[in-house]
Design a protein around this ligand. Structure first.
Ligand code: HEM
Length: 402
């Protein structure tokens, strides 16, 4: 059967602005007419929930992108970062690193951080009240996760300034197309970030008494059966944690509040029934997922939607598309904070399922819960500006008045 012209022309490497602004009509069209879309370089872009969930749960899939990234980034610091962190490792190495880093996400560590999140949200919202409004992204959604993840790793406020620049420069080359400038900036950022963290670690080892019981202390001490993180693993996974916990959470808060403002009945419902906040956060994660695309490599031949993929095939998972699949979510374009069940794949699934999910959920619950409770007059006060990226979907500006 011939594919509709629009589906045939879909090119993940040349996405029009209309897609970046609103990819959902395209996801629907692809899912209905070409759910296992072959990209021009022989990789596949899959949009059905069942296919995406299955790829994440298939043990033989690989997350090791060395071959692909050597071709994309060349040798250098960026390659080292995107091949050493746990996200890009396979078992048994992945299992080992994940187990050690999981020490940072114990319920005890989360409880300790929760107090800081509450304090910080209180302070940011007090500023907002004093000013009669804020840019929800710059002054709130962005400020919160940077502070939290830095608090987690014991990075003092005075040293936080370059982190956002580094993080952005390191993650941007992961977009489907990376320009030589993006790669050069990314390499430079990894070099600077590594040097900075090496100094931090050296100081912590020399003067442990100067530092509290933060997550970095847990990571330095993390040891199981005599196994520890090597210096390179520690540095690269700290960079990864700082990046992973940062823009994704900004996007959860920004996209989530934006959805509440687009669906005033749901905002009203949340205000009337604040106990719905946990479900509301899940719906925000599903409806406008902070991370829209994932990747996996085939290492044992697999058939997906009638297409046989040999080892070496690269698959892009359309997380944002899977999360709007009507076969899994009735009336998927409706934002429904009471939706149940809601088994979205915003945090992926399987062995690499987001390790920071409890932290992201906690930040979202406190930030959005408090914002809604405190400001009954919350409304837009200017133009919403989208970030214009495909993998990390978020806003760069959302002016609100309270
Ligand atoms: C709403 C916010 C977040 C979203 C949507 C999100 C999403 C994801 C997704 C989809 C993955 C799987 C990627 C893949 O395997 O291809 C992942 C992995 C991961 N995330 Fe998150 N994340 C969020 C927040 C966080 C936070 C706050 C942290 C920690 C500070 C974090 C740490 C991690 C780690 C360590 C992994 C790698 C797990 C592994 O490879 O085993 N994430 N995240």
């Amino acid at each position: 059967m011939a594919l509709p012209e629009e589906t045939r022309r879909f090119d993940i490497y040349d996405l029009p602005r209309a897609f970046l602004d609103d990819p959902f009509p395209t996801y629907h069209r692809l899912r209905e007419t070409d759910p296992v879309h072959r990209n021009r370089d022989g990789t596949y872009y899959i949009t059905r929930y069942d296919d995406v969930a299955r790829v994440y749960r298939t043990k033989s899939m690989t997350s090791d992108k060395t071959e692909m990234y050597v071709a994309k980034f060349g040798e250098g610091p960026l390659l080292e970062q995107h091949t050493t962190s746990m996200l890009f490792s396979d078992p048994p190495n992945h299992t080992r690193i994940r187990r050690l880093v999981a020490h940072a996400f114990t319920p005890r560590a989360m409880t300790a951080l929760e107090h800081r999140v509450v304090e910080l949200v209180d302070r940011l919202l007090a500023d907002c009240a004093a000013n009669g409004g804020m840019d929800l992204i710059r002054d709130f959604a962005f400020a919160l996760p940077v502070e939290v993840v830095c608090a987690m790793l014991g990075i003092p406020p005075a040293e936080r300034e370059p982190l956002q620049r580094w993080s952005n420069a390191i993650l941007t080359p992961l977009e489907p197309v990376a320009t030589p400038e993006m790669i050069a900036t990314g390499n430079q950022a990894v070099t600077e970030f590594k040097a900075y963290l090496r100094d931090v670690l050296a100081d912590r080892r020399r003067h442990p008494e100067r530092y509290g019981e933060d997550v970095m202390a847990e990571l330095l001490a993390a040891e199981e059966d005599g196994d520890r993180l090597s210096e390179t693993e520690l540095v690269q996974n700290c960079i990864f944690l700082l990046n992973a916990g940062h823009e994704t959470t900004t996007n959860l808060v920004g996209n989530g509040v934006n959805a509440l403002l687009d669906f005033p009945d749901q905002l009203r419902l949340l205000r009337e029934r604040p106990e719905l906040i946990d479900g509301a956060i899940e719906e925000m994660l599903r409806f406008d997922s902070p991370l829209q695309i994932g990747n996996r490599g085939v290492s044992e031949a697999i058939e997906i939607g009638g297409v046989t993929m040999p080892p070496g095939t690269q698959i892009m998972t359309a997380i944002g598309g899977a999360n709007r699949d009507p076969a899994q979510f009735p009336d998927p374009d409706r934002f429904d904070i009471a939706r149940a069940p809601n088994r979205h794949v915003a945090f992926a699934a399987g062995i690499h399922a987001c390790l920071g999910a409890p932290l992201a959920r906690m930040e979202g619950r406190i930030a959005i819960g408090q914002l809604v409770e405190r400001f009954p007059g919350l409304r837009r006060a200017g133009d919403v500006v989208r970030g214009g990226r495909a993998r990390f979907r978020g806003l760069v500006s959302l002016p609100v008045a309270v």
